[in-house]
Design a binder for this molecule. Structure first.
Ligand SMILES: Nc1ncnc2c1ncn2[C@@H]1O[C@H](COP(=O)(O)OP(=O)(O)O)[C@@H](O)[C@H]1O
Ligand SMILES: [Mg+2]
Length: 369
């Protein structure tokens, strides 16, 4: 059985310190849901409340419509995977995976059948009789995942499971985790501080800061229309500039770097004369040989498919842009270039509240569609 997880006005305090003031969210049956945020924002705290390892100072937690606040952690039907693999060094790989089944009343054959299935699923079946220290970090983490899944949990909780792996293995493992989660269909909450990992792996992401969900939605929605400036800078890269929004002939006109850009993406009630913050991602600029915003190439970093530029636009600060590398086309340091911007991609925020004033911001802590 898989479940819908509901968190309703959760409060967490450590002594007098409130770490989570009032948090609500819902994870759908079978969904891959990620808590993403900087270190110390409360991700582990929330996950441990769901698992039953932390006291709850307010609010209600549900698996389907069963309130679990006071339910014994062992009865919640949870599989967990942690950052440090937490597998037993003195047991073979197979014994590690079978460990969770020990207390279930199943036959030896059934136990073997189930451990075989999950060892195969995570691709460590050929190491079943090895001791964990003879496996690589990635293989050990696969064993931990198999052990969490073999008990057929209703809920899978993972806390930064890939943090101890090197970059290449992290990318490979996140693909494997997503694939395996979709195959078994267990409702999953995944914790990471790595925004790229979160985008690659999740159905939905909750971006957290200081115990608060700042934006919750599909990766593509959060990336293209971040709900506030914190989210715009935490997810992906952004150049943040100051500009003015003015209303001319009933249209929104953005004045930034001596340009006037007509935007039809601003929410109706938000179009009036004001100073604003503007976010433009590196790949949302267009590099031109003439006709545009003048800039000087300060640095360029060839990254293969793209080239990254640091450009001086003679304003508040330098900006960063990504340009699709073209064979034979070189831009030298010191060279003058001209910039365009893909205006439909620009995001604009209220100066004081730093909240988005764009159309198309999708934010819901409840169901995805
Ligand atoms: N057992 C504890 N006692 C007191 N404060 C804690 C405890 N655990 C975590 N905290 C504090 O709660 C905040 C959130 O921590 P945590 O949930 O571990 O963040 P994250 O997992 O997002 O890095 C931090 O400020 C941390 O110092
Ligand atoms: Mg943590």
């Amino acid at each position: 059985m898989s479940v819908t997880i509901t968190v309703d006005h959760a409060v967490k305090k450590y002594g007098d310190v409130t770490v989570i003031p009032d948090l609500s969210m819902q994870v759908n049956n079978g969904e891959f849901f990620t808590l993403l945020g900087p270190s110390g924002c409360g991700k582990t705290t929330l996950l441990r409340m769901i698992a039953g390892f932390n006291s709850i100072e307010g609010g209600s937690f549900y698996f389907n419509d069963i309130k679990i606040n006071d339910m014994d952690p062992g009865k919640r039907g949870i599989g967990m995977v942690f950052q440090n693999y937490a597998i037993f060094p003195n047991m073979t790989v197979r014994k590690n995976v079978e460990f969770g089944l020990k207390y279930k009343k199943i036959s030896k054959e059934e136990m073997r059948k189930r451990s075989d299935r999950f060892l195969k699923l995570v691709h460590v079946d050929q190491y079943a009789d090895r001791m964990p220290q003879n496996l690589s970090g990635g293989q050990q983490q696969r064993v931990a995942l198999a052990r969490a899944l073999v008990i057929s949990p209703d809920v899978l909780l993972m806390d930064e499971p890939l943090s101890n792996l090197d970059a290449k293995l992290r990318v490979e493992m996140r693909g494997a985790i997503r694939h395996i989660q979709k195959e078994v269909g267990t409702t999953t909450i995944y914790v990471t501080h790595d925004q790229e990992e979160a985008m690659a792996i999740s159905d939905r992401i909750a971006v957290m800061d200081q115990g608060v969900i700042r934006h919750c939605g599909k990766p593509s929605d959060i990336y293209s229309r971040p709900k506030d400036l914190f989210v715009a800078t935490f997810i992906g890269k952004s150049n943040i500039l100051e500009g003015r929004l003015v209303k001319k002939d009933n249209q929104a006109v953005l004045e930034v770097f001596d340009e006037e850009i007509i935007l039809d993406t601003i929410r109706d009630g938000e179009i009036f004369d004001r100073t604003v913050k503007v976010s433009i991602r590196p790949e949302e600029w267009v590099l031109k040989r003439s006709d545009g915003i003048p800039a000087v190439v300060k640095d360029r970093i060839f990254l293969g498919a793209t080239t990254q530029f640091i450009l001086d636009i003679g304003l508040v600060e330098w900006i960063e842009m990504t340009y699709e590398s073209e064979p034979g086309v070189e831009y030298e340091i010191g060279q003058k270039v001209y910039l365009g911007v893909k205006k439909e991609k620009i995001n604009v925020f209220d100066m004081d509240s730093e909240q988005s004033i764009m159309k198309g911001v999708v934010h819901s802590v409840y169901e995805s569609d």
